[in-house]
Design a protein around this ligand. Sequence first.
Ligand code: F6P
Length: 323
Amino acid sequence: MLDERPRIAVLTSGGDAPGMNAAIRSVARKTIFHGGEAIGIMHGYEGLLDRRFASLAVGDVGGILDRGGTFLGTSRSARFQAPGGVDQAAEILRAEGIDGLVVVGGDGSYRGAEELHEAGIPTVGVPGTIDNDLSGTDITIGFDTALNTIADAVGKVRDTASSHERTFVIEVMGRHCGMLALHSGVACGADCILLPEVPWNIEEVCSAIETGVRRGKKHSIVILAEGAGHAFPLAEDLSGMCGQAVRTVVLGHIQRGGSPSGFDRILASRMGAAAVDALLAGETNVAVGLRCAETFTYPLSVAYKHEHQLDQRLIELARALSL
Ligand code: F6P
């Protein structure tokens, strides 16, 4: 158990994700609910080094549940990662009387949280990334919303693709992990899904498009994860090989914005509260995960290892359905 009136801080770090605000609200209100004091740290680890602390009262986190982005701001802080950065941050947290820290972010943010734990600060991670690339949890905050954003965009592209009988290469986010590409590909009925984890070649892509045309398809959609190749040269090469117009859409940061889905709001609310419970129970160096609809905690070091396997059955299903 922490102090009688624990001071629990929360920061968001790395790429923002829809639902981060819901997580901040949950951390703050669960802390207050248990008689503690909630502190927000602005702009992630960068703001921590600049001592940008703000008290979070109940009203300060009102009206943010449905807002995209993170009202605390976020950063990828080189200063924090530089030698001495973590120790300085830990000193600042001690000086501010922080009893526990909740870090909402992805793999890089989790590594920072682990280092702060080693420097003596109780820390708990909450998975906030649209990539869904953290090991040990079924899903991360923001993935569902990003998936829906992609599905909406691909639906619009499909309308024009169908009218013109064209092929589109649509690039989605995911530098190292094809989770967004695979799931959006299945959700949108893509004819071909190109993932960083699965080797592919352009002949196969061309053949998939040509087979589709022979079978009466009026358009083709190729979903490309950003870590699996580059959309513009791929479209150009495909156009030459398949002898038809191939257009390109790079969805980019639109995937990170927007109001979180109902699913992400609930997920973030549950996970933020679970993080506070973990700190109050004396846990540290752990991440909150979701498995079989239950929240639980497990070591941070397991979470950031990128051992999150793509669902092989979903890959096979995508192949079967795109025939
Ligand atoms: O990790 C989230 C993510 O959106 C990745 O999918 C993407 O590759 C990266 O962040 C983009 O980062 P930045 O916003 O710094 O360009």
